[in-house]
Design a protein around this ligand. Structure first.
Ligand SMILES: [Zn+2]
Length: 270
């Protein structure tokens, strides 16, 4: 937690700022007291870490270890849910937007995500073809990421949670489906909503055809030790997706898939 003091010191312009930084650090330390809360039903969505501004919350999230806490997806949760719904309609899976379960405030309701997840899991038990999505937005980021952090502390303990936050991709959405809570990383999801929808559809169904190379069929997602890894890929303006090596082959004209027509279009590295 010392790094919080360092961060706040760098921003400090006067005694008031230092006092505020000390106060925030105390609050974060007090969160550690909650280590060992095991029963998710004891989570309280009204438990707040208070911040005066969104920027202050984001800067504290940086000090907690999130690499780019302020960056959000360039589309709304409604757009993402619609795009995933379109892909999964034939599977008879219904995707619902639970993003509004998180408060859109500068202060962080850090247990709200856990409570929302608990409610989603209960709904998933009732309807096994329902999936629920919560997206990080430029209005709910404090509650989303402090909630993610708090969840990691509860699940992993304080030290492992700190390493987790610093080394794993920052989540930009959570999807709840059956018994699973799926963390969706930014990476390719930041490119556009259609790519993100394919990542989510792959993760929900575990069906590689939703997100694989148009040339060789290799899935872009692998799971290593529970972590999602996305292979370097490129997309064409028409939505055709290639592994990096296949994109190079394609650019050289070695092996052209029949369904692709826009040869002269530039590749977009995702
Ligand atoms: Zn390929």
């Amino acid at each position: 937690m010392e790094q919080i003091a360092v961060m706040s010191g760098a921003d400090a312009t006067g005694d008031g700022e230092v006092d505020k930084a000390d106060e925030l650090m105390d609050k974060l330390k007090n969160l550690d007291i909650l280590d060992g809360v095991e029963d998710v039903q004891t989570a309280d969505p009204a438990a707040y870490l208070s911040f005066e501004t969104y920027e202050q919350a984001v800067s504290t999230l940086e000090s907690v270890g999130y690499p780019a806490p302020g960056s959000c997806l360039p589309y709304s949760s409604e757009e993402l849910v619609d795009a995933v719904g379109d892909l999964l309609r034939k599977e008879d899976i219904c995707v619902m937007d639970m993003t509004s379960a998180l408060p859109e405030t500068a202060s962080a309701a850090y247990q709200a995500l856990t409570v929302a997840g608990f409610n989603a899991a209960a709904s998933c038990r009732k309807d096994t073809n329902a999936a629920f999505l919560i997206q990080k937005t430029d209005k709910n980021t404090p509650s989303f990421l402090f909630g993610s952090h708090w969840g990691a502390v509860q699940a992993l303990g304080k030290n492992a949670a700190a390493a987790h936050v610093e080394t794993k991709p920052t989540p930009v959405a959570y999807v709840f489906f059956r018994e699973r809570q799926i963390s969706i990383p930014s990476t390719v999801c930041a490119v556009d909503v259609n790519l993100a929808a394919r990542v989510v559809a792959f993760e929900i169904t575990m069906d590689a055809t939703y997100f694989s190379c148009s040339m060789c069929g290799t899935p872009f997602i692998t799971h290593v030790g529970g972590d999602m890894q996305i292979a370097p890929m490129a997309t064409m303006p028409d939505g055709t997706m290639f592994m990096r090596e296949c994109a190079l082959k394609y650019a050289r004209g070695d092996d052209v898939p029949a369904e692709t027509t826009e040869r002269s279009a530039p590749l977009v590295e995702a």
